[in-house]
Design a protein around this ligand. Structure first.
Ligand code: SAH
Length: 478
């Protein structure tokens, strides 16, 4: 480690910023956002600094040569797009013992700028020792995604109560447990949900903070989380956070291994799903185990393929949780139909051509018999069928009976958004053959005119590997 990350108080005096063009303006924005007083030497003479009036009050433009300018009281020197002047300025700053940064020039810098995640009082700085700002930015994006938007407000909220709680709990470890319980429990959740005053009332209502901290049973809860169709990058930010926070995850068989990899390592995982031909532990047993875990104080995630409320029995689970009085939340996911449509470039609606969508399930031929096919006669309706592989011949018969043409375009899309995704496109007449062609499920069927718009089926060749993306980025940055 060559550079130690520290946080610099900019209130002590002005920062001198020297440079030109967009590089100068970008650095000025960073310094202005941090509340700095800045003295700017625009060496190209461009006085348009693009500042808001609010910031402009703290920014002064300096005329004259920065190499001979008076630097008394100055707390740091920053050069961005300053060319040789930057190098000369660095020599001058070092003689005076002033911290100096010359952009993209480690040799002449005594400090460097990290990539910043700014959430008010919560600030994360990411550095790569000056080796690769592009990598630092990538890391920052990942952290941005993980941190709740209101984490800064949570820190501020706690800051507001810290003094009074410190006075009421003498022992440090107990104090820490008090705050951990607050952050992890309903009070923390209220602040993160933007309900600060509600949280304040709840915190003020804690009569005995020491006793609250000592309570050994945390409050458990269940999050019903949609895992999407397979690609872990399609998890929502909320879903990812829930997976990282969970003590125990009950997951369906359909959830892809890549997604299970995103669960924290020390979290208990329990596979509870059914698969075709293989019974699971049963819905009642799943409900019972989730409720018991939450009542024992665990943060439970019930992880389901796609979206929990689309053919996922999420509704029944919520009813059981309500009946048991367990706190729960629902985090939607991308359902297989939408994942497949995006993956194979089938727009589910299309101006004039397709004006409505039906999602239906036909697991067995028997299910297909109970579908009211007469509701599906409209040729401008796109039909998306879940669990429809075995019942393909019955589905075809039903749609024929509804008057759909044998020439209706059909796509069978298997393992969508996964590396081994496969699709087969043809007409309704060939449906059972198309199902055979994709070599196994899970698969959805999309039926309707829109399938004509499907993109290339060899999307693998179109997809760039992540290594390729990073190398492209590096090229662009050079
Ligand atoms: N809740 C899930 C659906 C569960 S029913 C969702 O919203 O997606 C299970 C059916 O979903 C499968 O039989 C199949 O039709 C479909 N399915 C799930 N994952 C899929 C995938 N990766 N590719 C294609 N179909 C999938």
């Amino acid at each position: 480690m060559r550079f130690l990350p520290v946080f610099f108080d900019l209130k002590a005096g002005p920062v001198v910023l020297i440079g030109a063009g967009e590089l100068l303006r970008a650095k000025l924005r960073v310094l202005a956002a941090a509340g700095a007083r800045v003295r700017v030497h625009a060496i190209d003479g461009d006085q348009d600094l693009g500042l808001s009036t609010e910031d402009a009050a703290r920014i002064e433009t300096a005329a004259g040569d920065p190499l001979t300018a008076d630097l008394s009281g100055v707390i740091a020197i920053v050069c961005a797009g300053a060319g040789d002047v930057g190098v000369a300025m660095s020599v001058r700053a070092k003689t005076l013992g002033l911290p100096v940064n010359v952009m993209d020039d480690l040799e002449h810098s005594s400090f460097i700028f990290p990539a910043i995640v700014d959430r008010g009082d919560v600030m994360v700085a990411v550095g790569t020792g000056g080796t690769s700002p592009v990598v630092a930015r990538r890391v920052r994006e990942k952290i941005e995604a993980l941190l709740p938007a209101r984490i800064g407000e949570l820190a501020e909220f706690i800051g507001g109560f810290r003094k009074s709680i410190n006075e009421r709990i003498a022992e440090f470890p107990l104090r820490r447990r008090f705050w951990e319980r607050v952050i992890d429990g309903p009070i923390g959740a209220s602040v993160l949900a933007g309900r600060k005053s509600e949280a304040g009332v709840a915190l003020a209502a804690i009569a005995d903070p020491s006793e609250f901290a000592r309570a050994d049973k945390p409050e458990g809860s269940v999050a019903l989380v949609g895992a999407g169709p397979g690609d872990p990058d399609l998890l929502t930010i909320k879903a990812l956070r829930a997976l990282q926070d969970a003590d125990i995850v009950f997951h369906d068989e359909l959830v892809s291994p890549d997604i299970l990899d995103r669960i924290r390592r020390d979290t208990t995982r329990v596979a509870v799903g059914r698969r075709v031909g293989k019974p699971g532990i049963g819905q009642d047993a799943i409900n019972k185990r989730m409720i018991e875990a939450a009542q024992a104080g665990q943060r439970v995630v019930r992880l389901k393929g796609g979206d929990p409320f689309v053919f996922g029995r999420g509704g029944e689970e919520v009813e059981a949780l309500r009946a048991a009085g367990v706190a729960y939340s629902i985090i939607p996911g991308i359902t297989a139909g939408l994942g497949g449509a995006a993956d194979f470039e089938v727009p589910l609606t299309y101006r004039h051509e397709a004006t409505r969508i039906t999602f239906l399930t036909a697991h067995k031929a028997r299910d297909a018999e109970v579908v009211d096919w007469s509701t599906l006669t409209d040729t401008r309706m796109t039909v998306v069928v879940y669990m429809g592989m075995t019942a393909a011949p019955a589905i075809r018969a039903g749609l024929f009976a509804a008057g759909r043409s044998p020439e209706t375009p059909v796509g069978v899309f298997a393992r969508v958004t996964r590396p081994d995704a496969q699709g087969a496109i043809g007409t309704l007449r060939d449906l059972p053959e198309l199902v055979r062609r994709v070599q196994g499920g899970p698969a959805i069927l999309i039926i309707g005119e829109v399938v004509r718009h499907a993109g290339s089926l060899s999307r693998e060749s179109l997809k760039k590997s992540s290594a390729q993306i990073i190398s492209d980025l590096l090229d662009a940055a050079e």
